[in-house]
Design a protein around this ligand. Structure first.
Ligand SMILES: *Cc1c(COP(=O)(O)O)cnc(C)c1O
Length: 390
């Protein structure tokens, strides 16, 4: 079958990859330069120092030419030893994948279960950490914004309970989909390793990922005995000192990253975060007006990045997504693993404004009608009223 041309702009309303703005596409549209030549360190330093202002850290940021999954692995193999015990929380699909990776690497995991409808419950962590009298737990690993469910975890409170329990474990946080969309403070929140990626709040194509690392994490890495080569922090830190990388970097993505950092500061990070919060609220107002259910059940944990919407029993979310794609040229996120077919996910992150949100919600409302999903009309209108008065 031939591919059919779909006129107009495609609405890529996944919770990542997010829409890549023209400014970033243009910024990458230059010849690749010599990464060992005299011009390269200017680019490298702009990116390495710029990312510190996004993670809010004075310590090191490492940039890998890799997907977010690679940066997960880097966090684990640089800090732990085989057989170490790590405490993780099953917030959803991504937390589960990270846990599986740890197990494959020979790390033992303890997985605090949830119903996939909330973020981390700090009180539960506190109980577990208090009971770890011998200090067997070497790291606490949590996902800041669980992209499979649309719930956010309160990282500052996670650090608070670790302090309350007087626990020595490292705190590692996946904010692959939270960074540059929601407030994040690597230093102030006392995070040891923060993991992120390029294709979500940073508005870039996939292909870059990051580790922000505390002094304590760097010290720990010097004693950690796990096998590592490509992911080794030490070689990165050494090369970065002179504005270079130990192997060929993704030069054109770095052009884009430099532009993304500039754009985020032009708008102002605080304004970026407020914009995401406002669009998330408008989206939930629409879902409520439709009479459908937001998957996340804990108001405090609502994500500003995406909203996962449950379909009534007997209706398949993938069928709805297909109808919306074919009729309105819009991609929505699917339900992952045990949520497959049960939810669709609306990404409202990255380079996004009021009219894009209205287009997204209107497309969903029309799709609900075409798919015969029982709902009340007026969700998009409700969102527009919210946007006008807020
Ligand atoms: C997207 C995402 C990942 C996976 O990132 P890849 O770039 O696909 O490897 C992991 N965790 C979270 C929370 C994500 O949103």
């Amino acid at each position: 079958m031939n591919k059919r041309y779909m006129p107009g702009k495609h609405f890529l309303q996944l919770p990542g990859p997010s829409n890549v703005p023209d400014r970033i596409l243009r910024a990458m549209d230059y010849p690749t330069i010599d990464h060992r030549g005299p011009d390269f360190p200017y680019l490298a330093n702009a990116c390495l120092n710029g990312m510190k202002t996004i993670f809010k850290t004075n310590s090191n940021v490492i940039i890998f030419p890799a997907s977010g999954t690679g940066a997960w692995e880097a966090a684990l193999v640089n800090t732990l030893n085989e057989g170490d015990l790590v405490l993780m929380v099953e917030t959803g699909h991504f937390a589960t994948l990270w846990k599986k990776m740890a197990n494959k690497l020979g790390i033992k995991t303890e997985f605090l279960e949830t119903d996939w409808r909330r973020g981390v419950e700090p009180e539960k962590l506190l109980d577990r950490l208090k009971n770890d009298i011998e200090g067997k737990i070497k790291a606490v690993c949590v996902v800041h914004n669980e992209t499979s469910t649309g719930s956010t975890s309160r990282i500052k409170e996670v650090r608070n309970v670790m302090n309350l329990a007087n626990h020595e474990a490292l705190l590692m946080v996946d904010t692959i989909s939270g960074l540059a969309s929601m407030e994040y403070e690597h230093d102030d929140w006392g995070v040891d390793v923060t993991i992120s990626g390029s294709q979500k709040g940073l508005m870039l194509p996939p292909g870059l990922s990051f580790n922000a690392i505390s002094e304590r994490a760097i010290l720990t890495s010097k004693k950690s005995g796990m096998q590592r080569s490509y992911w080794d922090w030490e070689e990165q830190i050494e090369a970065n000192k002179s504005g270079s990388f130990p192997y060929t970097p993704a030069t054109n993505l770095l052009y884009g990253l430099k532009e993304a950092i500039n754009m985020l500061h032009e708008e102002g990070l605080e304004n970026v975060f407020k914009r995401h919060g406002r669009h998330a609220k408008a989206t939930r107002a629409a879902v409520q007006a439709w009479g459908l259910e937001v998957l996340c059940q804990e108001e405090m944990d609502y994500s500003n990045v995406l909203t996962a919407v449950k379909l009534p029993d007997g209706h398949n979310a993938d069928e709805l997504r297909k109808i919306i794609l074919e009729n309105f040229n819009m991609s929505l996120g699917n339900g992952l693993s045990k949520l497959a077919g049960k939810v669709f996910r609306i990404g409202h992150l990255g380079d996004f404004n009021d009219l894009m949100l209205m287009g997204t919600l209107t497309g969903i409302e029309m799709g609900l009608s075409l798919a015969g999903v029982p709902h009340q009309k007026g969700g998009a209108a409700r969102a527009s009223e919210f946007l006008i008065s807020n």
